[in-house]
Design a protein. Structure first.
Length: 368
């Protein structure tokens, strides 16, 4: 998280800062003057219209969320935060809220994102970090509903709308490929199969973006969880896919399978998967991974084309690599994987805004 950008010339950011400082000033020992020893800086953003800032004074710090009401609704964040906290999951506490302005004052979980920790870690430490990240997931999956919060279902309509992002934004808009009728039928059949498999799994609360940019290593060693406002009730393997087939990291498929097996054992010990074999669980995991990475190819393309967020283009080759790795062990997915390699990878390789070297590495890779 970057603390280098001061935004006092941003009228809304200044309003947010003064709102938070006024609330904090009501506490004994804190200055009412935001200029008296206070530091205010923008943090790295996410894929939404929300913005985050850190307000600091001496050894104290808070995170401020700016969620323009015309674009974002903070109420799901508040509700889901409360439910996760009741399960013993470390999330930012909501200290104050102004729903009309879309302002939240949160406690600060720090800036040690899992992405940086995993990238810098040796294999033993990587394994420890993932074992730690399994624990909040087990807590989340221990209930059928989030306490005090009615989550929407990850139903057929939502699953289908997400999958359509792949052909609408990645294939058509980014790559400029016009699908034939037979190709459209092939994709729609694949979508139907992925949706049926997702709905057939045990359903539980799902974070929906449980990955290295939304997990933090807190000062006390606990795993902090953020960006949970889009939680739903959905397939039990979804968050594990987000974690282990992270769109910002890539681990060898054999290692991922070992972690999946370890998680399955933990879930069985917690009486979450008593009737599900390790093989069935891994099968679900791989197919949900295909669904997620198709969706993400579409979302990242849309973030660039519609919202001007160019940084996500660098992640597209890695997401394609995840997609093909997920297809590799499963015969029914081979026709689609072959089609993707022959029809779409060449277009990715010649796209002027994509890293041709990274795409070529995906072309050259042989995943057994």
């Amino acid at each position: 998280m970057d603390l280098s950008i001061t935004t006092t010339r941003d009228a809304r950011a200044l309003q947010l800062r003064n709102w938070a400082a006024a609330i904090l000033a009501e506490n004994p020992g804190l200055s009412a003057d935001p200029a008296d020893g206070w530091r205010f800086a923008k943090l790295a953003g996410d894929a939404s219209f929300r913005r985050y800032f850190r307000l600091q004074r001496e050894r104290q710090s808070w995170v401020l969320m700016d969620a323009p009401p015309a674009k974002e609704d903070v109420r799901p964040f508040i509700a889901v935060a409360g439910g996760l906290a009741q399960l013993g999951i470390r999330v930012p506490r909501v200290l104050a809220a102004d729903l009309d302005q879309g302002f939240l004052l949160l406690d600060d979980l720090g800036d040690r994102l899992y992405l940086g920790e995993l990238t810098a870690a040796d294999p033993q430490r990587v394994d420890q970090l993932y074992q730690a990240a399994f624990q909040p997931l087990l807590r989340l999956q221990s209930v059928s509903e989030l306490p005090g919060c009615k989550l929407p279902p990850y139903d057929r309509t939502l699953l289908h709308s997400e999958l359509r992002l792949f052909d609408q934004w990645f294939i058509a808009e980014l790559l400029g490929v016009e699908l034939t009728q037979s190709e459209q039928r092939m994709l729609h059949q694949l979508y139907d199969e992925l949706i049926e498999l997702a709905l057939a799994q045990p359903q539980c609360p799902v974070h929906r973006d449980y990955h290295s940019r939304n997990l933090l290593l807190c000062a006390d060693g606990m795993v902090g969880v953020i960006d949970f406002q889009d939680a739903v009730i959905g397939p039990i393997t979804y968050d594990l896919v987000s974690l282990l087939k992270d769109c910002y990291l890539f681990w060898p498929p054999q290692q991922v399978s070992r972690w999946v097996t370890q998680y399955h054992r933990l879930a069985q010990n917690a009486a979450l998967l008593s009737e599900v074999s390790p093989e069935q669980f891994l099968h679900w995991f791989d197919w949900i991974g295909v669904q997620r990475h198709l969706k993400v190819l579409g979302i990242f393309s849309r973030l660039f084309l519609r919202d001007g967020k160019e940084g996500y283009l660098a992640d597209l080759p890695r997401v394609a690599r995840h997609l093909l790795a997920g297809c590799a062990p499963h015969g029914p997915l081979q026709p689609f994987a072959q089609w993707f390699r022959e029809r779409l990878l060449p277009r990715m390789a010649t796209h002027p805004r994509l890293d041709a070297v990274a795409v070529q590495a995906v072309v050259d890779e042989k995943i057994e």
